[in-house]
Design a protein around this ligand. Structure first.
Ligand code: PAF
Length: 510
């Protein structure tokens, strides 16, 4: 495809008509560095859409005239960098193009107060209104499918996500982790203005944030005053240093698993921001739903794609059912059962086919637990109080440090009620029966008549939803996905989008 530079807003429509493709849009203010390169190359590697980079120094987002005048302008180099890293087109409009005088079509927007009055908004009056106005204008002109933004400007990212939602814009926001220089400071166009001494100060600031993050992992707490003291001792001028909820930007609460430690400092004329995410444990995704909803396939794929541990709690109940039958254990005797459970071990091990096997008391039962015999008894076994108590504890032990996606029937309600993302996956009885019949893992189901299979599924649903302990119900904060008519990959992609919306990409980095 011929690479093009577009300078007039009128040319955008024409260009869009000719490309015959969806657009990935990477808005910038120029002076491109490795942070922007990461945005462009991520867009290029994500899909086969056409990549458009815009370069426009938006005067509306500068509250200080001098800052605007000093903003580095390196357009020739920016064009080279954009094209050599995957841009197909570059949009370089003039001020008059974006803000034509006397035009009634320009909407000057206000950023939402809840998000824009904290952090940078405290001292940069009107800055986020300017960002919203220009991005809204650019999105309406370009009409991209995806918008790529850096997590470095976390507050901006939240405000623009809110803009897309509130204006019901049909664009997906893809965020890219903060990129750091060799010495740990976040890449920023303003870094070129730093003297050696100022750079040393920002390096100290960034390393203190990183230290706080590492300490938090151990101690699960943070002492803001201590950090402020250390920065002040170096005569670093702090504009703000806050510990907040990462999405609402309200004060962080003790129960928040992920929180944001964000700060801004002044080095001479330059103002620099940095942040880290503090995490008590890695994220957890809970996927609940009835049999045949596609849970297992979806959860396995999610685990692979997001590099998370896969916890199949249903397999644990099946493994226990298998053992009870095999050893004729009298599971109706509560007292006896408690003693027996103490000596049972259920573990998962990855096998050579990149799947995982389930072992009960060191015996591999992966295949045997999928028989119709086990299917017909597992609901009863899993409604026994002692069994649930035992397995829920085992599951919580596995999930102690997070980093897993768990599937079952009570994950979001009982096992991990604080999971970051809860999905309730379901499908119609017809669809679920069809799936069971063609499931190679359920050999017995393939021989059962489809009507009988539907009856069995209904019976299982009834038992699961009406049992006394941990019945199968959708958690209040779970998102329901009805999978009829969707391919597995479509469902997985949808859940991954939801996950990316709830978990900063940066938290995935070591
Ligand atoms: O992050 C930036 O560079 C700017 O705020 C943006 C998003 C390009 C809008 O001018």
């Amino acid at each position: 495809m011929k690479k093009v530079i577009i300078r007039k807003t009128e040319e955008i429509d024409n260009w869009r008509r000719n490309i015959n493709s969806e657009i990935n849009f990477i808005p910038t203010m120029g002076n491109l560095h490795n942070g922007h390169i990461k945005l462009i190359s991520t867009a290029k590697n994500d899909n086969s859409n056409v990549n458009l980079v815009s370069i426009f120094i938006n005067p509306l987002q500068f509250d200080n005239k001098l800052d605007l005048e000093n903003y580095p302008k390196t357009i020739d180099n920016d064009i080279k960098i954009s094209f050599s890293n995957g841009a197909d087109a570059i949009f370089i409009p003039s001020n008059e193009d974006i803000y034509p005088p006397n035009s009634k079509n320009i909407k000057f927007l206000k950023a939402p107060t809840e998000l824009s009055s904290a952090l940078c908004g405290l001292n940069r009056i009107g800055h986020f209104d300017g960002v919203c106005t220009v991005v809204y204008r650019l999105l309406n002109l370009i009409k991209p499918k995806n918008l790529y933004l850096g997590e470095k400007d976390w507050q901006q990212l939240l405000i623009l996500k809110n803009l897309v939602l509130s204006k019901k814009l049909n664009v997906a926001i893809k965020s890219v982790p903060t990129q750091r220089d060799f010495d740990g400071i976040p890449l920023s166009s303003r870094n070129v203005n730093l003297s050696k001494k100022e750079r040393k100060l920002i390096r100290f600031f960034s390393s203190e944030l990183l230290k706080a993050k590492n300490n938090f992992q151990q101690e699960k707490k943070i002492n803001l005053n201590e950090i402020i003291k250390k920065l002040s001792a170096k005569k670093i001028s702090i504009e703000y240093l806050e510990h907040l909820h990462p999405y609402t930007l309200q004060k962080a609460r003790v129960e928040d698993n992920i929180s944001l430690l964000a700060g801004a400092i002044r080095c001479g004329e330059t103002r620099l921001i940095d942040h880290v995410f503090l995490m008590k444990r890695r994220p957890i995704i809970a996927i609940d739903g009835p049999a045949g909803s596609g849970k297992s396939t979806v959860t396995k794929l999610m685990a692979k794609k997001l590099k998370l541990l896969y916890l199949d709690t249903g397999a644990m109940y099946r493994a226990l059912s298998w053992l009870f039958i095999k050893e004729s254990i009298d599971y109706k005797n509560e007292k006896k059962l408690q003693n027996i459970l103490k000596d049972i071990s259920i573990v998962f091990k990855s096998n050579t086919n990149l799947h995982q096997d389930v072992y009960v008391n060191n015996y591999c039962v992966t295949e045997e637990i999928r028989s119709e015999k086990i299917s017909s008894i597992v609901s009863k076994i899993s409604s026994i109080k002692e069994v649930r108590k035992f397995l829920v504890e085992e599951q919580r032990k596995i999930g102690e440090s997070g980093g897993l996606v768990a599937e079952g029937r009570d994950i979001g309600t009982t096992v991990f009620p604080h999971a970051e993302l809860k999905i309730f996956l379901t499908a119609s009885i017809d669809e679920r029966a069809k799936r069971r019949k063609s499931d190679k893992n359920c050999k017995d189901s393939q021989d059962i008549d489809i009507h009988k299979l539907k009856e069995l599924i209904k019976k299982r649903d009834f038992e699961d939803s009406n049992r006394e302990i941990s019945p199968l119900i959708k958690a209040n904060d779970a998102i329901e996905i009805i999978t009829d008519g969707y391919s597995i990959n479509e469902v997985v992609d949808k859940i991954i989008d939801l996950y990316n919306d709830k978990i900063p990409k940066e938290t995935e980095m070591k």
